[in-house]
Design a binder for this molecule. Structure first.
Ligand code: NDP
Length: 274
């Protein structure tokens, strides 16, 4: 299961997030083992950010990748406060050092701040030119922001947004717009940081497939074409469980039951973020 980027490249629809990794030294070995197990299971889309643990997540990702860097489509993000033309370049260079690599596959503006898009795009252009990033994209941009951005450039590869069963707002306008514009959605917090997993409706649907609630929640996000999901799992067990979600095809009956428990949006709503 893959997603097609505007560049023509495909990436796995299921990847791995890394927010809150590297915060507890006693969990470090398990987190590194989890990421390595994910690579073995083809979860080679790996998401991090300079913000996560103030760089500690990127260092952990670098250690986990080791000599397997070339297997991975590596994504990191620049903070809006660093996103001037020169600041973007500096922030990326620092991320590359922490990750122990010479290039990012995708570099995202983490959310929109006070720096005009044109200045951040200048920074991205310099990084592309220098071969330090292969592509760029954005995160947490609503429809109006995306329309403004895409009027400046047609090279944006993704908008990474909060999307899961309990956060369906983007289905009203942003998600269909992105699909028609050919810009895939990267769904973050796809299991709502674990809060979704106690849902009785999700448990009932999962049980029908002999699956777990996490697998059903991920399969629900992945049911749409051109949407990828980047769950964070801190143990090998959770990674193995999540990796199987790509095998799970929810039925019309499952989707209807989940619609009753988690109603789709009836109109526009502000884009939520975590
Ligand atoms: P997720 O929805 O991925 O949830 C992560 C939590 O779910 C962890 O506590 C994890 O526990 C638990 N979990 C994962 N798999 C299972 C499983 N199979 N069974 C039970 N529990 C499970 O939340 P995140 O907020 O981490 O989002 C994912 C990624 O998206 C982030 O890590 C980050 O890379 C990105 N992100 C981007 C944002 C942005 O602004 N662009 C904002 C937020 C996230 P455990 O660790 O014990 O496995």
């Amino acid at each position: 299961m893959t997603v097609l980027l505007p560049s023509g490249e495909t990436v796995p629809a299921l990847g791995m997030g890394t927010w809150k990794m590297a915060e507890d030294p006693s969990r470090r070995d398990a987190e590194i083992a989890a990421l390595r197990a994910g690579l073995d299971l083809s979860l080679t889309l790996v998401d991090t950010a300079e913000m996560y643990g103030s760089g500690a997540s990127e260092e952990l990702v670098g250690e986990a990748l080791g000599d397997r860097r070339d297997e991975v489509f590596l994504v990191s993000k620049v903070l809006p406060s660093h996103a001037s033309a020169a600041g973007t370049v500096r922030a990326c260079e620092a991320s590359l050092r922490r990750l122990g690599t010479d290039r990012l596959d995708l570099y995202l503006l983490h959310w929109r701040g006070s720096v005009p898009f044109a200045e951040t795009l200048e920074g991205f252009a310099a990084l592309l030119e220098a071969g330090k990033i292969r592509h760029w994209g954005v995160s947490n941009l609503d429809l109006g922001d995306m329309q403004e951005l895409t009027a400046l450039s047609d090279a944006c590869q993704t908008n990474q947004i909060l999307y899961n069963l309990s956060r369906r707002g983007p289905e009203h306008d942003l998600l269909p717009w992105q699909v028609s514009a050919g810009i895939p959605v990267m769904a973050y917090s796809p299991v709502e940081q674990g809060r979704l997993l106690g849902s009785p409706a999700l448990a009932a649907v999962a049980a029908r497939h002999d699956a777990t609630p996490a697998q059903a929640a991920l399969a629900w996000v992945l049911r749409r074409p051109q949407v990828c999901a980047i769950p964070k799992a801190g143990t090998v067990e959770h990674v193995r469980e999540n990796a199987q979600a790509v095998e799970l095809a929810l039925t019309a009956e499952d989707l209807a039951e989940l619609d009753r428990a988690f109603p789709p949006p009836q109109g526009p709503s502000p884009l939520e973020m975590l």
